[in-house]
Design a protein around this ligand. Structure first.
Ligand code: GLP
Length: 226
């Protein structure tokens, strides 16, 4: 795992630069994209790139929420709008299609890149603690901590959905390259555990110690315990 710790602005600049490099080599790269607050400044930079041929797969989604509150809506509003990403090249996770998701990824040749954030409890996607390494795209019951984390988006922990859909750990770790972004002091323990905990299912992000090409981008606050 490569770790980059920088001031926030420089961090996003460098992460976007890595993606630009991947797109220079392969303009139609297949990218697994997370949503969430951490992604917003990155998306702002990605919108400047030529994304016309990019194939985008959503990493995780909430179940049973109003359409405008979905991760899909967040991604459409903040990444697709103002970019040249083509809606027909975007694959969204739904309760109807999640069992076919792995086939859809395989059909386009697998993931070139997975862009991840990290939960306060070190989840990746919605792979909560106790998710198996071998997991594929699945329905996931969300933990109290995750529902609390998303209170800002839904108004409160209680109004945050109890279930989500997520690419599995196996799906994510099969990506040819992985980058994970973490910002803010509330992520500091999760970042520390990701790098130093045993890679068992208690700390899902620690499974990222296994694949070869993983870069962790942390701002000074998220990297404070390293
Ligand atoms: C969520 C999402 C992840 C996201 C992470 C961090 O639960 N499923 O895709 O990366 O938590 O979210 P945020 O960036 O809002 O802190």
């Amino acid at each position: 795992m490569k770790t980059v710790i920088l001031e926030r602005e420089a961090l996003y600049e460098q992460a976007a630069g890595q993606i630009a490099g991947i797109l220079t080599e392969k303009p139609d790269a297949v990218i697994a994209m997370s949503a969430g607050r951490t992604m917003l400044p990155l998306w702002q930079k990605l919108r400047q790139l030529d994304l016309e041929a990019v194939r985008l797969f959503q990493v995780a989604e909430f179940i049973g929420t109003e359409e405008h509150l979905t991760m899909r809506a967040m991604t459409e509003k903040n990444l697709l709008e103002g970019s040249n990403l083509r809606p027909e090249n975007c694959f969204w996770l739904t309760e109807e299609n999640y069992q076919e998701y792995e086939n859809a990824i395989a059909d386009v040749g697998g993931l070139d890149l997975a862009v991840l954030g990290i939960g306060d409890n070190a989840h990746i996607g919605f792979n909560e603690p106790a998710t198996q390494f071998d997991s594929r795209t699945h329905r996931q019951k969300l933990t109290e901590k995750t529902r609390k984390q998303y209170g800002w988006h839904f108004g409160s922990e209680e109004s945050t959905p109890a279930w989500g859909l997520s690419m599995g750990i196996r799906t994510i770790t099969e990506a040819r390259k992985i980058m994970l972004l973490a910002c803010g002091e509330e992520k500091a323990q999760a970042v520390f555990d990701m790098l130093y905990a045993r890679n068992d299912s208690i700390i899902p992000a620690a499974f990222l110690q296994i694949p070869a090409e993983v870069t962790v981008y942390a701002d000074r606050e998220a990297g404070a315990k390293l």
